[in-house]
Design a protein around this ligand. Structure first.
Ligand SMILES: *[C@@H]1O[C@H](CO)[C@@H](O)[C@H](O)[C@H]1NC(C)=O
Length: 206
């Protein structure tokens, strides 16, 4: 299935805040259509339209990734975001994201701790030996679009806590087994781990 599938578009739409009655009705119709065409949505998907949210009350979890705590502060699926998504993530000492790439923009703000951004190449056939770029508390960094990378809490003792902003949600991520894997062999993971509760994986994925 293509990345920008109609299912994806419909699933994001019910979050639209309607203007008048027409918009409300349209929103309901679209929501009903999305629900009908999308029976895989799990009940654990918590949608929340409120303007102010207490972060400590928001869903957070490891989503199967060891040593990670992830919370989507403003997301496409749960909060109807269209252009950007904001996450709060904490990595335990020594923990890393998978090696991955995505075609959206990504900005990090390091709230606590320090770590290493490993950055591979998108101009060779495979990522190759990554650059090791130190990041630290109160630093901010961006990941170039489509560059394979890994965020690593390279500290032995302290957590690394970051705010992450991405463009064009929901994120489609391609995951590498190692830095020598060809870009063409990286595996699409969509929906990304924490979006699975709100957006079931397309059945006919390659
Ligand atoms: C981060 O930098 C800003 C701007 O210089 C400063 O106001 C703030 O106190 C710094 N925060 C920490 C935790 O170092």
């Amino acid at each position: 299935m293509a990345i920008g599938s109609p299912v994806t578009a419909a699933a994001g739409r019910p979050r639209l805040a309607g203007g008048g009655h027409g918009a409300v009705l349209l929103t309901l119709l679209v929501a009903a259509a999305a629900a009908a065409s999308f029976p895989g949505v799990e009940s654990s998907c918590q949608r929340d339209n409120s303007i102010v949210k207490d972060i400590s009350q928001m869903p957070q979890g490891s989503y199967g990734l060891e040593g990670l705590s992830h919370a989507t502060l403003a997301g496409a699926l749960a909060h109807g975001m269209k252009e950007v998504e904001v996450w709060l993530e904490t990595f335990g000492p020594g923990q890393r994201t998978p090696i991955h790439r995505h075609s959206c923009e990504e900005v990090f703000v390091v709230l606590k701790g320090k770590g290493t951004l490993l950055l591979g190449s998108s101009s060779m056939k495979y990522p190759g030996q990554p650059q090791e770029i130190p990041v630290f508390q109160n630093s901010t960094f961006t990941v170039p679009v489509n560059d394979p990378h890994q965020v690593w809490n390279s500290d032995e003792y302290e957590d690394l806590q970051v705010i992450v902003v991405i463009s064009r949600p929901p994120m489609k991520v391609f995951i590498y087994d190692d830095w020598d894997m060809p870009h063409t062999a990286a595996k699409l993971k969509f929906p990304i781990f924490w979006d699975e509760e709100c957006l079931a994986a397309p059945k006919d994925e390659l």
